[in-house]
Design a binder for this molecule. Structure first.
Ligand code: ZN
Length: 311
């Protein structure tokens, strides 16, 4: 088990307005703000991490809100849909909630015997809730109007849209330990048995699909989960042997990361469980203070003044 990819670690997307993004994910979707920090490569921009109660890998959706950046175009070479697991009897709750809160949402879709409720955020980022059959014991975050039973549990799957899937599929199966378990039309489902949750990747193969363009409302990268740095380095070696261009290990304070562009064009990351989000604030206070990496701490005043205030 120790040498396997443990499903998804986090997914990162781009937003426009920070306040709107914060309101949507914490209030409408009921996520916990697990960490409020800045983009380590661009400290004038926030980096928001939303997740479940404990901020567990496999539940974390992160955003860089870039005010005025404009909308991107979802397309090939990108993760194009993020799906959260919910209890089967919570579908009506969410359908009503989206209607009442005027969230852009579509008709329910059946895929691989599961019901998906598609919706999007203010920037047009495509998400869905999926009513799952198997038990998912992850504890969602309760809010004043979303109880524990209805709360999202964390990721179920992400969909990658690719022009040609062969090499990406090979990477998932030969190196990451996923198996192709089913196919419906041009949608192919891959699953790892290494972990019971956030263990599925769908590939939608669209040979004539238009290439995506990264900006607000699109995904920036998806991160796969490994338990520790040793496992991460072992995967890095395997990817290098395969001829892929992988970055050195980067310290992201809450995990260690390596990045590479997979053959289908999607930016992949491999991120460690250690040290986790409680490294700089206790579980009870996650996300309540602006946290800065130590290199930016001396500039806190200036950084705080340049970031948009959040209500
Ligand atoms: Zn990342």
């Amino acid at each position: 088990m120790q040498n396997q990819i443990l499903g998804l670690h986090h997914v990162t997307a781009i937003a426009d307005n920070a306040q709107r993004n914060y309101n949507f994910y914490t209030q409408v979707l009921g996520q916990r703000m697990v960490k409020k920090t800045v983009n380590f490569d661009d400290p004038g921009t926030y980096h928001f991490y939303y997740g479940n109660e404990k901020g567990e890998p496999g539940t974390i959706l992160t955003f860089f809100p870039w005010e005025g950046v404009g909308r991107g175009i979802a397309g090939t070479g990108m993760a194009t849909e993020i799906s959260y697991a919910i209890n089967p009897d919570s579908l009506d709750f969410w359908t009503d909630r989206f209607k009442n809160l005027k969230v852009t949402s579509g008709e329910r879709i059946e895929r691989f015997g599961e019901t998906y409720l598609p919706f999007s955020d203010h920037d047009g980022l495509q998400l869905s809730l999926v009513s799952i059959k198997e038990t998912d014991s992850r504890k969602g975050w309760e809010t004043t109007d979303i109880n524990g039973k209805d709360a999202t549990k964390g990721f179920y799957n992400v969909t990658l849209t690719l022009q040609i899937m062969d090499e990406t599929a090979e990477l998932l199966t030969d190196i990451f330990g996923y198996k192709q378990i089913s196919q419906e039309g041009s949608r192919f489902r891959f699953k790892t048995e290494s972990i019971p949750t956030a263990s599925i990747i769908d590939i939608l193969e669209l040979p004539n699909g238009k290439r995506g363009r990264n900006s607000a409302g699109t995904n920036h990268h998806i991160a796969f989960r490994v338990p520790d740095e040793e496992t991460q380095m072992a995967f890095r070696e395997k990817l290098l042997e395969r001829g892929l261009n992988v970055t050195h290990q980067i310290d992201r304070d809450y995990f260690f990361s390596v990045y590479f562009r997979e053959p289908g064009g999607v930016l992949f990351e491999i991120a460690t469980d250690n040290p986790g989000f409680t490294v700089d604030e206790p579980l009870g206070q996650l996300g309540t203070h602006l946290k800065l990496p130590k290199q930016y701490e001396p500039m806190r005043g200036k950084i705080e003044a340049s970031l948009p205030a959040l209500k």
